[in-house]
Design a protein around this ligand. Structure first.
Ligand SMILES: [Zn+2]
Length: 164
């Protein structure tokens, strides 16, 4: 595999990752998107979190959606980390999931039973990523071409996909 090919793969992964955060913010978490940018590896968005269990679950799903979409596109499966491994990643600050791990653990640590909440979030996220795959793919493809989409553009791409 050439270096150029690797770069293209990495860029595709980034586009799916950030697109999934954006689609989840809008369609799963009741949040907002200001913009999503493939070159910044960033989705400027927010999801409501007042600290309750439902809020934590939504926040965890928002976070997990990025890496799960990236892997589903590349491998056809999400290969979620077992809880122990995630806790270890958090401690060692592994960059595999980048800052996503930190955000996720910070949120889950407030739960009475973080492991159970994590499992619930993993299951629900996998289901939703598959269900929203047409929307995630459409946003990822637009992002790959245009590099940056604002919230309204993401919204209109998603709405087009949802039209029967
Ligand atoms: Zn992410």
């Amino acid at each position: 595999m050439t270096e150029k090919r690797d770069e293209a793969d990495q860029d595709r992964a980034t586009c799916f990752h950030e697109a999934a955060h954006a689609v989840f913010a809008l369609r799963v978490c009741g949040g907002w998107v200001r913009y999503v940018d493939a070159d910044e590896y960033f989705c400027a968005s927010g999801v409501p979190n007042y600290g309750g269990e439902a809020d934590r679950l939504r926040e965890a799903m928002y976070t997990l959606a990025g890496p799960f979409a990236e892997r589903l596109d590349a491998w056809g499966e999400t290969r979620s980390e077992p809880w122990d491994e995630l806790a270890l990643l958090h401690e060692t600050e592994s960059l595999e999931l980048g800052s996503d791990v930190h955000g996720l653990m910070t949120s889950l640590e407030r739960a009475d039973d973080p492991e159970t909440e994590y499992r619930a979030a993993v299951e629900e996220t996998e289901e939703q990523v598959r269900e929203l795959w047409p929307e995630i793919t459409a946003v990822a493809e637009a992002l790959a071409k245009r590099r940056r989409l604002d919230g309204e553009e993401v919204e209109s791409i998603i709405n087009r996909e949802e039209t029967p």
